[in-house]
Design a protein around this ligand. Structure first.
Ligand code: GTQ
Length: 363
């Protein structure tokens, strides 16, 4: 008489089956399906905060360890604590703080990765893009789009007026992990250390930065903004005016995004950037987005409470020049007793182009 096999003998059979197919580089979907197609984003990233009081001494010490020229780019990378060794702050984005000292040059190169700069501290440095220099002042937002030649320099001298005799520090945001994921990275070094200036500073701003555009000379057919520099004084003035004249957004305070003035789209195709003002006494409501974002505190003080979908929560006390990261689908709640200005960037245009972007504003 045949005995029914006990139910648990199915398991060894399964394991034997898995071993048999494993040798042929086959694996059963049903063991991983739930993780492959999660019911909601389950980012491996964690929220993190880099107080400037902690980072600045190391950044200045890096200036004693290596020259900008030898380093090519003297940057301390902000690595997500859960992605150590990957030079990534989120799954798609890279962030770092770059230091340039008076008289230094970071030599000309170009790469398919798009970059944005947000100036954190100091006077006297410039970024040159496509033959035009953009002076870097704290709060300025500057782009170096994919495959454009760019170099950085600090024209100050150690003995100069206090204004330009000090270090200049800026936040670099690049789509390095995204381009790496797509295996689409190319790079070249320039034939000269610094590209020659072919148009005076301010030319691009005059052409495209005043809600006007050239008449006969069509806007260049590029995916990126024809404007390379977005000066802080203008963004700040816009936020100030809106904080007085318009209703506050209960989640964001006053928040504007940087645009390509020709298309209204993002300044570079892979990254969006925003500037926001939290007025004194602001206590924001929580929201979450599928685009993880990197923040730079421009002015003032505040608090960011970031909670993962599993309920792990961190509250960061923010001061000027601090940086922090909000991973995908983590709720962010912002508050400021005395007022605060925040810069942020994310991969939102990529998600929007692919129809993937989602946002949830919680009560
Ligand atoms: O300034 O070109 O932080 O190529 C990383 C890679 C900055 C740059 C970074 C880069 C740059």
């Amino acid at each position: 008489m045949d005995l029914q096999p006990p139910p648990d003998t199915a398991l060894p059979d399964r394991q034997r089956f898995y071993q048999a197919i494993d040798r042929h580089h086959l694996t059963p979907l049903w063991e991983v399906l739930h993780a492959l197609v999660p019911s909601q984003p389950q980012s491996p990233c964690v929220s993190a905060h880099w107080p400037y009081a902690t980072v600045r001494p190391f950044l200045l010490a890096s200036g004693q360890v290596i020259s900008a020229e030898e380093a090519v780019r003297r940057v301390l990378v902000l690595e997500n604590p859960a992605l150590r060794g990957q030079s990534a702050i989120t799954q798609s984005l890279y962030a770092g703080l770059q230091l340039l000292l008076p008289g230094e040059i970071a030599p000309s190169h170009r790469h398919t990765q798009s970059a944005l700069r947000f100036v954190v501290e100091g006077q006297g440095a410039y970024t040159a893009v496509n033959g035009e220099r953009a002076t870097m002042r704290p709060g300025d937002f500057i782009i170096t789009p994919s495959w454009t030649w760019h170099d950085h320099g600090h024209t100050g001298q150690p003995g100069d007026s206090v204004d330009s005799s000090g270090p200049v520090v800026w936040l670099d945001g690049l789509d390095i992990p995204l381009v790496r994921f797509l295996d689409a990275g190319f790079a070249e070094n320039g034939a000269v250390r610094s590209q020659s200036v072919t148009q005076p500073e301010g030319t691009s701003l005059a052409r495209f930065g005043h809600n006007m555009a050239p008449v006969r000379q069509d806007a260049p057919a590029t995916l990126h903004s024809p404007l390379f520099s977005y000066p802080y004084e203008r963004s700040r003035e816009a936020l100030d005016t809106l904080s007085r004249n318009a209703p506050l957004d209960p989640w964001d305070g006053v928040k504007l995004r940087y645009v390509n003035p020709v298309t209204g789209g993002a300044p570079v195709p892979t990254m969006a950037a925003c500037m926001q003002l939290l007025p004194a006494g602001f206590a924001g409501q929580p929201s979450r987005q599928t685009d993880g974002a990197v923040y730079s505190v421009v002015e003032g003080e505040g608090e960011a409470t970031i909670t993962s979908s599993t309920g792990t929560s961190h509250r960061f006390t923010l001061s000027a020049c601090d940086h922090f990261v909000v991973p995908s689908w983590h709720t962010l709640q912002l508050a400021s007793a005395s007022g605060c200005v925040l810069f942020s960037f994310s991969d939102r245009p990529v998600q929007q182009a692919l129809g993937l972007h989602r946002e949830e504003r919680l009560p």
